[in-house]
Design a binder for this molecule. Structure first.
Ligand SMILES: [Zn+2]
Length: 476
């Protein structure tokens, strides 16, 4: 058996692993590379294998950096099943068409640029894939339950376990048989922080010959979530009497549902009162509906909250705005509204309208709950900009801007180490991926010193053979 790391090697996006035996060839994840322009260009390059020769794909979760290249895989000839959890299948129906729409819009903009002066930019003008490709891809998705093993191939058995990262996220356990010998692989996928809202904690796995493990926050500990929630209560209760609105940029899938959960929890506990919440993002609306359809994935606290919600007393007023007209009408609401909108980093989508209207008013507040990448409008607000440009207009920042650091969809270093400590004996081969080089190396070192594991931080394109070559060949 041969495993090739085709993405998320010393970086956090583009997750993709190719597994080949004498009888089977398949992928675990097929993600898009995200980040700057140079990084994005990699998505235009042909796959390093023939998609038509793959038997199937296993998908850990719906995030685009794990799923985003599936439509291209289908366009380039892949005809097999895409096996994933039920909830991930539902989320893909929202996320892949949205991604296709972004690819088409980017290509259109690039094409316009080429007619002008920016020939040197050399952006390919064809979209990476289209809406049609995304729709074709969705027809190949086969939902599978958690915790029930299935055999996508006579020599491969697979099981999905809770990863606690986003709705539908899975750890993949895999038994691959070749020449009468079975090797056990575990892909952690992205692991959630234990104790997070809504979802159950990541399942502990006790055995693996080969472990591929994420390390996004492998070099740091998160701020305590309880302290973050206290801070959120304080800000909301402080801003409300000022007579302004609170604007919260949030990722449509995951973070929006988490914030809604906390706002409901805090209302139930009487720590917040008479909230009027507006969710202004069609994608967040759909993702929230999908989330509430999957009660079976909720943890105990979330079930208790759902029961309280059904009783219908003391609930916050929650509005989902669908049409552009409804969204625009929100601009007339001068006070008392909590507006949750996307994009999470404020560089696209309806959130920009709400910032344009509320930023100049000192009685309003902006509450940042997610990571803000360098170069985004959200980052400029976090960094304390006094003026920002929105839709080509110069906007004064008079609203207060608050950053809440304790929400994260990823496990931090102590949580990653605790999950790794669940193995009853060291896996023979451990690959640390899905982390910037510094985070991945730091986490690999922690696994070596704390658990005595032998660990590799593979480079892009690195391969691992099983059984290992007698010479003990490793990449590093
Ligand atoms: Zn993820």
């Amino acid at each position: 058996m041969k495993l090739t790391v085709l993405g998320a090697a010393r970086e956090v996006t583009g997750s993709c692993y190719l597994i080949e035996t004498t009888s089977a060839r398949f992928l675990v994840d097929c993600g898009m590379v995200q980040g700057g322009r140079a990084a994005k260009q990699r998505n235009y390059q042909p796959f390093g294998f023939d998609p038509a020769n793959l038997d199937f794909v296993l998908l850990t979760h719906a995030h685009i950096d794990h799923s985003g290249m599936l439509p291209k895989l289908v366009r380039d000839g892949f005809r097999g099943p895409i096996l994933t959890t039920d909830a991930t299948g539902d989320l893909l129906e929202v996320m892949l068409p949205d991604s296709a729409h972004i690819q088409e819009a980017d290509a259109e903009r690039a094409a316009r640029g080429h007619h002008g002066t920016s020939k040197a930019r050399q952006t390919p003008v064809a979209p990476i894939y289209t809406m049609r490709d995304a729709e074709a891809c969705l027809r190949q998705v086969r939902p599978m339950p958690y915790d029930k093993s299935f055999a996508p191939h006579p020599d491969v058995v697979c099981a999905f376990r809770d990863a606690g990262h986003i709705l539908g996220s899975a750890i993949i356990e895999l038994w691959v048989t070749e020449a009468g010998e079975t090797v056990k692989l575990v892909f952690s996928g992205d692991l959630g922080q234990p104790g997070r809202a809504i979802l159950r904690n990541p399942t502990l796995i006790s055995e693996a010959d080969i472990l591929v493990m994420e390390s996004t926050y492998g070099d740091r500990a998160h701020r305590d979530q309880a302290a973050t929630i206290d801070e959120m209560v304080e800000i909301i209760n402080h801003v409300s009497p000022r007579g302004g609105n609170i604007v919260m940029p949030a990722f449509a899938v995951g973070r929006t549902q988490e914030i809604l959960y906390h706002l409901h929890c805090l209302s139930r506990q009487n720590r917040l009162h008479d909230l009027s919440i507006y969710v202004d993002s069609p994608m967040a609306d759909r993702a929230t509906r999908i989330t509430t359809r999957h009660l079976e994935l909720f943890d105990e606290e979330a079930h208790a909250l759902a029961d309280w919600h059904d009783a219908g007393r003391g609930l916050p007023a929650l509005h989902f705005t669908a049409s552009v007209e409804e969204s625009k009408a929100l601009n007339q609401v001068r006070s008392g509204a909590i507006i949750i909108s996307a994009s999470g980093m404020c560089d696209a989508g309806r959130i920009r309208h709400h910032l344009r209207w509320n930023l100049p008013r000192p009685e309003c507040a902006v509450l940042i709950t997610g990571f803000q990448a360098q170069g985004t409008l959200g980052r400029r607000l976090v960094d304390g900009a006094e003026r920002v440009r929105i839709f080509g207009e110069d906007i004064a920042v008079r609203a207060s801007v608050h950053t809440l650091n304790g929400f994260s969809a990823h496990a931090d270093r102590p949580a990653l180490l605790a999950w790794a400590a669940g193995f009853s004996k060291p896996p023979a081969q451990v690959l640390v991926t899905h982390g910037e080089a510094a985070a991945a190396q730091s986490f690999a070192q922690a696994l070596r010193t704390d658990l005595g594991w032998s660990v590799v931080v593979p480079e892009l394109g690195a391969t691992l053979d099983w059984p290992p070559a007698a010479s003990g060949k490793t990449d590093q």
